[in-house]
Each structure stands twice: as structure tokens, then as C-alpha cells.
Ligand binder design. Structure first.
Ligand code: COA
Length: 434
């Protein structure tokens, strides 16, 4: 059948598209800015028609209608990366978190993560009937292959992106044509602390390096400090507006990349509308599934690979907690360990964890004798390499427990150094010179 005819036959209203979803089934939803907003709204509007439907997605941006109290009891949510809204759902026991590396999600879909229905957002079809997954490639193809029913919102405002992002109309069961603005991520303005951290990180970045950056004030501050570098490349789980600015300035050109030379490689992006317009039909940016982008073996093919991630706290042995505050699940592991391992395997690679020295307005030191009770270790002391705060850089790889503790105390906030030194003296039976 001609794809145009097929497209027309499959066009549905959101409320009709969701009629195939049965009680007890699992629905895998598109990620972040590519979340299928109209289907989410239709599910929320008709939540009384459903019981015990499990909804899986990675992180969510802004408001999710299925999280509204009226949906409680009808949907359960499961995710391996929490944001502000999904954290609240988990705290209310309307959902739960499972620990998993982001790169493993595609292989878990269809088995550990059942997938009866896949709901995604794409562009409208091109001349051959292919739609692009746009700003989120990550686990979409895995879900579309595994699902019995595939519902797709073909959004005219979704950018058409390159790499491995194409889905054909023939792979879809219900198509919801639409035109709405993608959800945007407010950009944090880095303060003095973040800018100081950014400068320290930038001092570890040589010309020709390939970078992975997480999200938030610190990656943005690092990018601002890289304006005088040359020939940088990007191989990253995600990126935001800062990368676009350095691409425009010619600082990021990928000319010395040893894998995908000349291309920025990513699995998803979150940022403002300007960023989404920038990646539209932009052949310099390639999106691939997360099991490829976040594979340590693929990451390691980039010579001079530098990963820059953040964390919540670190103990004096160098154990890093990036996703929990005590027993509270705050976010998820994402690609942190995969990029640390990939960068460590790469020729001339470096793995950086960067964080402000304190939290809660300076009341808490993030460098602690022990991790908060209940905290999960995200990056083990065996994987940790560089740790950076606004007070400097500690290289932990190859350092003994005693030397690690010394180096970490030196980059802790001065207000907390005396109590850390006390613990050092107890532990190592040696005075610590503050
Ligand atoms: N004890 C108590 N509270 C703490 C804390 C600690 N040790 N550390 C942080 N907090 C508080 C902060 O004060 C802040 O509170 P506020 O929102 O009231 O100001 C909140 O927790 C968040 O901390 P912050 O450091 O601002 O978080 P962030 O938004 O910069 O995100 C991570 C940092 C570590 C959560 C985030 O980078 C992450 O999830 N990393 C793991 C995954 C990853 O690295 N992915 C990268 C691959 S793309």
C-alpha cells in the first residue's frame, strides 16, 4: 500500500488511539522533550477507564497530566531517572524507581520492561514516509520494535534530526497529526561557584578533546570556560544550549574526533526552542540510540575523551553518590558510570566529577567522612578519576585512601575542613595540616 494511503488510514484522535490500551498493560512513553503530550492528556482525561496500567519513561519535563491526583490508582509509573515531578509521584507511592544504566534500557524493553504499547512523538513523514524521532532517539526504536501497538504523534514542530532516527509510517498503528511546541528546559544562570568550577574543569580540557557533559549549571559553566579552546568534539548522552553556542562560535567542530569525525553525537537533547530549531535538518548533529552512544566501548573510541558529570556527595574514600540524598531517590545514574568508564578506557581520556563544595545554601558539605546513611554509590571509588569543586581539582585515581582523603579535604569548603581533618586524624592516626 502506498504510505500516504496508509498514513491517512491510521490517523486517529488521541482519545481513539488510546482505546487499544488494556488494563494491566505496560505503556512505554517517549522521553523528555519528546514525551507524547496529547496522548498523555487523553490518558489523564479518560483515566477512569483504566486500571493498573504501568507507564514507563525516563525523565520528564514540566507538567505530566498522568501525574495528576485524579489519575492515582489508575496508572502506576516506573522510571530509572527521576525529575522534580516524578520524584513526587514516587514519594506518594504512585510510582517507583528502578536502578539501571540508561544504556541498558533498550535491551530491557520487551523483557524486564514489558512493552505492550509504545507511544512516541516524531516529525511528520518525509517524501518516502519516514518520520524522524527528532530530539530523543534513546530507547524509541527498541520500544517501537517490541510493542504490540505503536501510537505516534507526528508533530510539525518536532525537528527533523539525522543519525539513526527514522521510523516508517508502516511501523505505526495509530497516528496523531499535531503541531505543538516542545517542552523547554529553563537554563540555569551559573553563579560564581559554578563559574569557578567551570574554569577548573576547562583547565583539564586540551584542544582536540571530545566532551561529554551532563546537564545543569555546572556543564553550562564549563562550556562558558571553553570559548578559547580549539577543535573540540561532542560525544554525549545529551546536551543543551551551551553546545549550540560553541558550535556557532566554531570552537566545537569535531575536526579531530576519532569516531564520527566532524559530527556531534548525542542520544537526546533538552533546551530552549532556539536549540530545537538549531538541530532541525542540521547534518552536523547525529542522534543514535542510547545503547550505542552510552556504550563504554564506543565512547572509548574517542581519543582525548573527557566526561564531565556532577554528583550530590562524596566520601573521603572517593565514593560518589550522584542520584540519592540519603534514602531519597533524587535522580538516576543515567550515563555517568558508562562515560567515566569509556573516558578512562580512551586514549588520553579523563573522567571528571564536578560539584559545588556545599549544598543547602552552604549548610552542608558535599565532601563527607561517610556518605549519608542510605545513599547509593553511583560511581565507585575504583572508577572515580578527577573530582573538582570551586576550590580546585583532586585526582583520585591511583591515590591511596590516605592521599585521597587529604586531596578531598583540600578541595572541601574551608568551613568544613576542620571537621573533615578530625575524621582524617582518627582514621589515619596522623595530624592533618590545615
Ligand atoms: N545533602 C543534602 N542536600 C543536597 C545534597 C546533599 N549532599 N546535595 C545536593 N543537595 C540539594 C541541593 O541543595 C539542591 O537543593 P535545592 O534544589 O533546594 O537547591 C538539590 O539537592 C539538588 O542539588 P544540585 O546539586 O543543585 O543538583 P543538580 O540539579 O545540579 O543535579 C545531580 C546534580 C548530581 C543530581 C545530577 O547531575 C545527576 O542526576 N547526576 C547523575 C546522572 C548523571 O550524571 N548523568 C549524566 C549523564 S548525561
Amino acid at each position: 500500500m502506498n504510505w500516504k494511503e496508509e498514513y491517512r488510514r491510521k490517523v486517529s484522535k488521541p482519545a481513539d488511539a488510546i482505546k487499544d490500551i488494556r488494563d494491566g498493560q505496560c505503556v512505554v512513553m517517549g522521553h523528555a522533550a519528546a514525551a507524547p503530550r496529547l496522548v498523555q492528556q487523553a490518558l489523564a482525561d479518560h483515566c477512569e477507564d483504566y486500571n493498573d496500567v504501568l507507564i514507563y519513561h525516563m525523565t520528564t519535563l514540566g507538567d505530566n497530566p498522568c501525574y495528576k491526583p485524579r489519575c492515582f490508582g489508575h496508572f502506576r509509573h516506573v522510571s530509572n531517572f527521576l525529575a522534580a515531578n516524578s520524584r513526587e509521584i514516587v514519594e506518594r507511592r504512585e510510582g517507583d524507581f528502578f536502578p539501571a544504566y540508561f544504556k541498558d534500557v533498550p535491551s530491557m524493553i520487551g523483557s524486564d520492561i514489558p512493552c505492550d504499547v509504545a507511544v512516541f512523538q516524531t516529525t511528520p513523514p518525509n517524501a518516502e514516509g519516514y518520520c524522524s524521532l527528532g530530539v530523543s532517539c534513546d530507547y524509541a526504536k527498541a520500544a517501537i520494535h517490541a510493542a504490540k501497538t505503536v501510537i505516534v504523534e507526528t508533530n510539525e514542530m518536532m525537528p527533523f534530526t539525522y543519525g539513526d532516527t527514522l521510523i516508517h509510517v508502516s511501523q505505526m498503528d495509530h497516528i496523531v497529526p499535531c503541531a505543538y511546541r516542545l517542552q523547554e528546559l529553563a537554563l540555569p544562570e551559573p553563579g560564581d561557584v559554578e563559574l569557578a568550577i567551570g574554569r577548573h574543569c576547562a583547565s583539564l580540557v586540551a584542544d582536540g578533546a571530545t566532551l561529554q557533559l551532563g546537564i545543569g549549571a555546572i556543564p553550562d559553566a564549563v562550556l562558558r570556560s571553553l570559548a578559547d579552546k580549539n577543535d573540540l568534539g561532542i560525544h554525549s548522552e545529551m546536551f543543551s544550549n551551551g553546545v549550540m553556542q560553541l558550535m556557532r562560535a566554531g570552537v566545537i567542530n569535531g575536526s579531530r574526533k576519532t569516531l564520527h569525525r566532524g559530527k556531534v553525537v548525542v542520544t537526546f537533547i533538552m533546551g530552549t526552542r532556539e536549540l530545537y530549531e538549531f538541530v532541525d535538518e542540521n547534518a552536523d548533529v547525529e542522534f543514535y540510540p542510547v545503547d550505542y552512544v552510552n556504550s563504554p566501548l564506543i565512547i572509548a573510541k574517542n581519543d582525548r575523551m573527557i566526561s564531565i558529570n556532577s554528583c550530590l556527595e562524596v566520601d573521603l574514600q572517593g565514593q560518589v553518590a550522584s542520584e540519592t540524598i540519603g534514602m531519597r531517590q533524587y535522580s538516576g545514574i543515567g550515563g555517568q558510570v558508562d562515560f567515566i568508564r569509556g573516558a578512562s578506557l580512551a586514549r588520553e581520556g579523563k573522567a571528571i566529577i564536578a560539584m559545588p563544595s556545599t549544598a543547602a545554601g552552604g549548610k552542608i558539605s558535599r565532601i563527607k567522612p561517610f556518605l549519608t546513611q542510605g545513599a547509593a554509590v553511583s560511581t565507585s571509588r575504583n572508577d572515580v578519576d578527577y573530582l573538582v569543586t570551586e576550590y580546585g581539582i583532586a585526582r583520585l585515581k591511583g591515590r591511596t585512601l590516605q592521599h585521597r582523603a587529604e586531596d578531598l579535604i583540600r578541595i572541601a569548603h574551608p568551613d568544613f575542613r576542620p571537621q573533615l581533618a578530625e575524621e582524617y586524624e582518627r582514621r589515619f592516626q596522623t595530624p592533618f595540616a590545615l
